[in-house]
Ligand binder design. Structure first.
Ligand SMILES: Cc1cc2nc3c(=O)[nH]c(=O)nc-3n(C[C@H](O)[C@H](O)[C@H](O)COP(=O)(O)O)c2cc1C
Length: 349
């Protein structure tokens, strides 16, 4: 099989990226994918700077192959958010889960600038970013340390902005994708572009290699994305089904039971639009979706509730992130999944 420019630049055997997944992409998963010849990724958005360094060290202990670490790019909160209404909406569910009345979180997220500094120090071979855009000068700092940069884009304008900032690669994220939308420039709804339409337009607009993400679950899917101009496929939901993702049994069961129409986008869990399997929490919060505080505030307000639900195996209150291809998920070890995808891709080409 022909090696793409992306594969050569990163130094991987296969055009397969395991997408970073908060809470579901531990070093064991990323290393298994990298060792199998793909690019494994660890989500670092919720990690403190010291944990970012520890995670990079763990990864280096598990693989000598290239790997990726990922951050959310968030502006600093300017004014203290109004919390009363959002907390009141969550109170009945807290009671149902036996939680005491909510305390105001001391802070809502890690400091993004400190995380970027830690990632520069950790120096993974590849760093990917979502929710925003790095300054060209910061991208240069990554490049100086031989860290290749992937910028996530949901529109042509976002892809061009990342290319102008100096990103090495663009991850084009289709509307089918599981987890959070990456949109940072345009209107969120207008930026929900299906992958079949997004990939050819992005590859036409930028010169750097494009990675396609969203709804890809098989070698045929990867082949289709590559036929449209992508040089690799980034897959989240497919790898979520692997035992190494370490997700809770209730989430795994929900993945196994989901159908093609089982997911939708919601702001209810985090304050940012994200795709997950529809459950009672999403339905309960649906009427208030537009008035909830933005990420990371709502995310912080629901953290304790989601953790309690996970401990209790109550999937009706958990954030069950998954993409529209979820019903095609195949629970198997990550290395086996990479091998299977490679063989399917070979047959499809
Ligand atoms: C549970 C979950 C968590 C995710 N967390 C992140 C993240 O922290 N950073 C990121 O850039 N993308 C994140 N994503 C997106 C994936 O990396 C990937 O782009 C996406 O899952 C591709 O769509 P698919 O799920 O249809 O394969 C997440 C996706 C899922 C399903």
């Amino acid at each position: 099989m022909q090696t793409t420019q992306f594969q050569s630049a990163v130094g991987i055997a296969h055009p397969i990226v395991q997408g970073p997944m908060n809470g579901a992409s531990p070093p064991a998963l990323a290393a298994a994918v990298s060792n199998a010849g793909g690019l494994g990724s660890c989500a670092a958005a919720l990690l403190a700077p010291s944990a970012i360094l520890e995670t990079a060290a763990q990864l280096r202990g598990l693989t000598d192959k290239p790997f990726n670490m990922n951050l959310f790019l968030l502006p600093e909160l300017q004014t203290p958010p109004a919390l009363e209404q959002a907390q009141a909406l969550l109170q009945p569910i807290r009671e149902e889960l036996g939680l005491p009345p909510a305390q105001t979180p001391l802070r809502f997220s890690e400091n993004c600038r400190d995380q970027i500094a830690a990632l520069l120090e950790a120096a993974p071979p590849v760093a990917s970013f979502t929710f925003g855009l790095l300054d060209a000068q910061v991208v240069r700092q990554f490049r100086k340390k031989d860290i290749q940069v992937i910028g996530t884009a949901t529109t042509v304008a976002e892809a061009r902005a990342w290319e102008e900032a100096g990103a090495d690669f663009i991850c084009a994220l289709g509307a089918e994708a599981g987890g959070h939308r990456a949109t940072f420039l345009g209107d969120f709804e207008q930026s929900c572009i299906g992958l079949m339409a997004l990939v050819p337009q992005v590859t036409h607009a930028v010169k750097v290699p494009v990675i396609a993400a969203g709804g890809l679950m098989s070698g045929r899917g990867i082949a289709a994305a590559m036929l449209l101009g992508a040089q690799a496929a980034q897959m989240g939901t497919a790898f979520l089904c692997c035992p190494e993702s370490g997700i809770a049994p209730a989430w795994r069961a929900a993945l196994a039971a989901a159908h093609d129409d089982g997911t939708r986008l919601t702001r209810s869990f985090s304050g940012r639009w994200a795709r997950g399997i529809v459950n009672e929490f999403m339905e309960h919060m649906r009427p208030y979706e537009q008035v909830l505080p933005a990420y990371p505030v709502q995310n912080a307000l629901t953290t304790e509730l989601r953790q309690a639900a996970t401990r209790a195996g109550r999937s009706e209150f958990m954030s069950l992130w998954a993409g529209q291809g979820v019903a095609m998920g195949r629970p198997m070890p990550a290395a086996q999944l990479v091998d299977t995808l490679v063989e399917e891709l070979r047959l499809a080409r």
